[in-house]
Design a protein around this ligand. Structure first.
Ligand code: HEM
Length: 399
């Protein structure tokens, strides 16, 4: 495994490691690393950079995510406890956070999202039909990354001809390895360009509102005040991370999993009613989000003496692959009866986009298997997953 992990003895009586979770690694290496660590102890000290705590007990992870008074979202990056930027609503705590979620909930709630089903299905079908004659493709580049990004641009009311530009910014902001961008210059350049883009989009709507989310947000009031341009930016930039990377990663794992498990694929094709369970199981087993919180008071978690102001990493994989919670936790079971996974998080910051994500993933799986029921992993490629959020770097399939 490539994820760097070196024992450093102990720190205030707690096991300590130098652990760099951002390094890329072979398939499932990050998830399996969490399995090992959670079998060894409920938490540890990471000596990377200025140091932080890492919780590896599933129940404690979920409790911390729910306890926003102790574990605040004012920083959600373990390496940066004092960020000089804001992502809305991700980096707000209640009660302000609750006011934002109430407003956003109307846009992203089950009813509003369900109303978009036929539009989302038509986009999926168009992408898949275009790919079909080629007999093979890098499905991350050609489908998994494009499909949700285009839907999101429609939802926000952004011009569709900017899709290629968006995909490039997402890549530069979220996917560059340390070697490709050692001083974060490319990442910052993309962030600046995206900010300028949103500035322009916001200004155009201030001038003449349209029937889209950004224009509607301009009518919202929080504590009697309309939203500032700064708030609208902080929301748009979060959407880049939250909405543009996660569905592609999830979809990539689904196509990988069912390409490499032909019996389960045949079961889905024969009985598409199994697809919703397949989607939930892949999100659970391949868990790829690693939230973090900042302690607001001295406390204890997993046996660790956490001081006010310190950062705590809360990997969802340890909860979603917890043998106390799931039988055969590492296995995808298409007939699993109860699936109380927390792949969309837990507590007040539970994913705003979960209804949209679930609909996109279910539609993508249904339409893909209707059109391309038989596919396999193209030979001659070494599959690797990125660090941070664990997604496949690329995935070539043949059909
Ligand atoms: C399979 C796809 C997805 C997964 C696994 C996922 C997962 C998550 C998780 C775990 C969190 C909580 C983070 C934390 O506690 O710090 C979260 C928050 C969030 N997600 Fe998603 N997400 C997905 C798709 C989406 C989509 C499509 C959107 C956009 C519409 C979205 C928007 C958000 C937002 C805005 C938040 C912050 C919510 C808040 O702070 O109140 N997500 N997501």
């Amino acid at each position: 495994m490539n994820t760097t992990l070196e024992s450093q003895g102990d720190y205030n009586g707690v096991p300590a490691y130098y652990f760099d979770n951002r390094m890329p690694g072979p398939l499932l290496s990050h998830q399996e690393r969490w399995d090992e660590l959670s079998r060894a102890h409920p938490a540890f000290r990471n000596t990377l950079a200025q140091g932080h705590w890492v919780v590896t007990d599933g129940q404690s992870v979920q409790e911390a995510l729910q306890d926003w008074r102790t574990f605040s979202s004012t920083s959600v990056t373990v390496l940066n406890p004092e960020p000089n930027f804001l992502w809305i609503p991700e980096m707000l705590d209640p009660p302000l956070h609750t006011k934002w979620r109430r407003l956003l909930g109307e846009e992203f709630g089950p009813k509003s999202i369900a109303a978009r089903e036929s539009e989302i299905r038509a986009i999926a079908v168009e992408f898949i039909d275009r790919l079909l004659p080629a007999g093979g493709a890098d499905v991350l580049d050609e489908f998994a990354r494009r499909f949700p990004t285009l839907i999101f641009m429609r939802l926000m009311g952004l011009p569709e001809e900017d899709l290629e530009q968006f995909l490039e910014w997402v890549h530069e902001m979220l996917h560059l390895s340390h070697t490709e961008d050692p001083d974060h210059r490319r990442q910052m350049a993309a962030m600046t360009a995206a900010l300028a883009y949103f500035q322009q989009q916001i200004a155009e709507r201030r001038e003449s509102p349209r029937a889209d989310l950004l224009s509607r947000m301009m009518q919202w009031r929080i504590d009697g005040e309309t939203l500032s341009d700064y708030d609208m930016h902080a929301f748009c930039i979060l959407m880049f991370q939250a909405g543009f990377d996660t569905v592609p990663i999830g979809l990539g794992w689904m196509l990988y999993h069912f390409a490499s498990h032909p019996e389960q694929r045949a079961a889905l094709v024969a009985d598409p009613a199994l697809i919703p369970n397949g989607v939930e199981e892949v999100l659970r087993v391949y868990s790829f989000v690693v939230p973090a919180r900042k302690a607001m008071r001295d406390t204890e978690i997993g046996g660790c003496p956490v001081k006010s102001g310190e950062m705590v990493m809360l990997p969802l994989a340890v909860c979603n692959r917890d043998a106390d919670r799931f039988d055969n936790p590492e296995e995808i079971d298409l007939d699993r009866a109860t699936n109380n996974h927390i792949a969309f998080g837990s507590g007040p910051h539970r994913c705003l986009g979960s209804h949209l994500a679930r609909l996109e993933l279910n539609i993508a799986m249904e339409e893909w298997h209707r059109r391309i029921p038989d596919y396999r992993i193209a030979p001659g490629q070494t599959l690797e997953q990125t660090g941070n959020m664990y997604g496949l770097v690329s995935l070539r399939l043949e059909w």
